[in-house]
Design a protein around this ligand. Sequence first.
Ligand code: GLN
Length: 471
Amino acid sequence: MTTSNTISSIHQQFLSNEKTPDFLFNELLQSIQQKDSSIHAFLHVCEQESKLTTKKYPLPVTKEMLDQYPLLGIPVGVKDNINVQGTETTAASRILKNHQSVYDATVIERMKNRGAYVIGKTNMDEFAMGSSTEFSAYFPTRNPIDLAYTPGGSSGGSAAAVKAGFCTVSLGSDTGGSVRQPASFCGVVGIRPTYGFVSRYGMTSFCSTLDQIGTMGTCVNDAFQLLKSVCGYDEKDSTSEKMEWEDLPDVTPIQSFGILASIERLNMDPFVKKMYDKVVHFLSSSYKPTTFDLNMLDCAMATYHVIADSEASSNLSRFDGIRFGLQRMGTSSEESYIRARTEGFGTEVKRRILLGTYILSNEFAGNYYKQALYAKDLVTQEMESIFLQCPFMIMPTALKMPFKFGERKDPLDMYYSDYLTIPSAIAGVPSVSIPIGMNDKGFSAGIQVIGPRFSEKLLWRIAKYIEEGIS
Ligand code: GLN
């Protein structure tokens, strides 16, 4: 964790007149210009917009202003599947090249209302399908810790931008792990909130029953501060829950925490195992560890891919080469669709559209999609039953440490990256990944703290306790 560029340290610098928001932005812009040509965290830097915004903040910054605008002058990196008015939103796909957003997503509107600004749109796996940011149609993002390694994905650009110090916090999206896994690869904190707690209005849909916008920061407080600013009910999202931050249940005394009984059988990297044991040991001095089985763990990944591919095939049908983005004229409408989609989508996206279309075809829908929804309920019930016994549980974020470019060629190998992030996504429960320790290459292991729906206040407290105690 770095402390020089946290929200509170930046605000301190504003208050003491050491820096103004405008000065900070110029510093960051310089650093982006120097370093992002090798990292490629951004697809687009909002230079003009940020310049104008940061010049407009009234000076000097006062305590009262910060009370009213808790994110005043804070630069945010935004994943390129979230609409920011006046910027290009491409979801890192060729099919949306040059697509200009005509409105702000709800999360953008809210963070701006709290005083933050968008410094740039971050790179990602195309349409958020991937775990390494290698599937961006434009270029891969490199891990700032070691450029030979991937930053994880699909929100790899958002994680890399925070780690490289190009922005203070960032927004990503997590369908099966895409905030937490890159956060763990880049050594930052990443939160997937409760399903329905953060509006997805203005986010490009991938798998609507699982998609969730999440936050990242260099420390637990920052990631939660951003979450606190963007969460809450939104009538524009039909899956939004009538819940505000203030209404979240208060933290009650904690006696125990949950750990996986079968963790030894998972083929974990020794460093991940060591850091996981360290956290278990640390927490055990205050709370009683309770072991539980997650019998559905092995089924969760298959369940996820059936649901995600099915819904992706349906959601992505709107990219027909007529309404948005890339257009290719053929001699018939069908030929025009085919040409635009063939040229516009990358291999991984095509693979999922084909699989999803097959799964949803009349003949098979009952066998696969409905079965997967049934399995989703079972995973959810199993997770819920764990939370009846203990208020939170922990597990590693990823089984393996970061991998190098081109190392995971087999799609199934890549899919295994999310083995431990998928169950909470399927159950719709919140999870925070925090970086623990550091190996000889400079990488930390991500450990997740997971709780029942709407336990964000509790997760904040536990994650901070672990961060202060051992990371
Ligand atoms: N890596 C997973 C996938 O490729 C999860 C993606 C995500 O959470 N957006 O589907």
